[in-house]
Design a protein around this ligand. Structure first.
Ligand SMILES: [Mn+2]
Length: 248
C-alpha cells in the first residue's frame, strides 16, 4: 500500500484539489480515482482559518466515507469543531469562528448535512494510525515512542495538541517540547500541527504542515517513497506563524 499523506488543510479547498490531482488522482464528474494501490491520508485540522472549510468537510467525507480512497484522523481544530457540534460551550476563536460563520450561513438542511458528515468522520476516526506492516505511524501532532500502541487521555492530548508544557508564550500560544529530537523509534512518525516553511525531518519523524493557510504551501508526503509533493498557497503570507528550529 502507498500512502499520500496530506498536511493541515485548514479550509484551503483550491490548494487541496490541486494537490490531489498533482498526486495523480484523476477527477471526473466531481469524484476522484486513486492510482492503483494508493490511499490518501488526512492528518487532521481540515477546517478553520481558511476560505472554505465547508467544501473541505464535504470533499474529505466523500473520499473517506463514500469513495473509501482516503483515511482521516482528527487534529485539535477538529476536536473543537466536534465539541461545538455536540452543543458544548466552545470558545469561538483561533480559527473556529470562520468555520462556524460559514456553517451558520448555510440553509438549515445543508447545516445538518455538514454537521452529520463531520461528526461521522470524527466519530469513526481513530486518534492516530499505526500501520504496523508498513512501520508507519500518523498522528496529528506526533507521538512519543513509548505512547505508540497506547490509548489513554495522555495519548489523546499528545496526538491532538503535541507535547505541551501547559505554559504559553508572549503571544498566548502554547509552549511545546521538541519531542521529535528525542524520538528513537524504528517506525516513521508523520505529523503536522506546527507550521514550518519546509517539511522537517528529524530522526524518523516528518512534520508536513507547511502552513498552507498562512500563505506558504500545502504538502503531501508519499510513503514509503518519502517524496514530497507540494502546491503553492493562494493565501496571504504570515511569516510570524512559522516555527524555526535552531539546531536540527
Ligand atoms: Mn493542529
Amino acid at each position: 500500500m502507498h500512502f499520500d499523506i496530506i498536511g493541515d488543510v485548514h479550509g484551503c479547498i483550491d490548494e487541496l484539489n490541486e494537490l490531489i490531482q498533482k498526486l495523480g488522482y484523476m477527477k471526473q464528474q466531481g469524484s476522484y480515482t486513486a492510482p492503483a494501490d494508493h490511499k490518501l491520508v488526512f492528518l487532521g485540522d481540515i477546517t478553520d482559518r481558511g476560505p472554505n472549510s465547508m467544501a473541505v468537510i464535504k470533499l474529505v467525507y466523500q473520499l473517506v466515507a463514500e469513495q473509501k480512497i482516503a483515511f482521516y484522523i482528527p487534529g485539535n481544530h477538529c476536536n473543537k469543531l466536534y465539541r461545538y457540534f455536540l452543543g458544548n460551550n466552545v470558545q469561538q476563536k483561533y480559527g473556529l469562528e470562520t468555520t462556524v460563520a460559514e456553517w451558520k450561513n448555510l440553509q438549515t438542511q445543508q447545516q445538518s448535512q455538514i454537521k452529520e458528515k463531520f461528526m461521522y468522520l470524527y466519530e469513526t476516526a481513530p486518534l492516530y494510525f499505526h500501520f504496523k506492516e508498513e512501520n508507519l505511524v500518523i498522528a496529528h501532532a506526533g507521538i512519543k515512542e513509548n505512547l505508540i500502541g497506547a490509548a489513554s487521555e495522555r495519548v489523546k492530548s499528545f496526538v491532538l495538541y503535541g507535547d505541551t508544557t501547559g505554559q504559553t508564550d508572549e503571544q498566548g500560544r502554547p509552549i511545546r517540547r521538541d519531542w521529535a529530537k528525542k524520538y528513537q523509534g524504528k517506525a516513521w512518525v508523520i505529523y503536522g500541527h506546527t507550521p514550518v516553511l519546509e517539511p522537517r525531518i528529524v530522526h524518523r519523524t516528518i512534520n508536513i504542515d507547511t502552513g498552507c493557510v498562512f500563505g506558504n504551501k500545502l504538502t503531501a508526503l508519499q510513503f514509503p517513497d518519502l517524496t514530497f509533493v507540494s502546491v503553492l498557497s493562494k493565501q496571504p503570507f504570515s511569516p510570524d506563524r512559522f516555527t524555526s528550529f535552531d539546531s536540527d
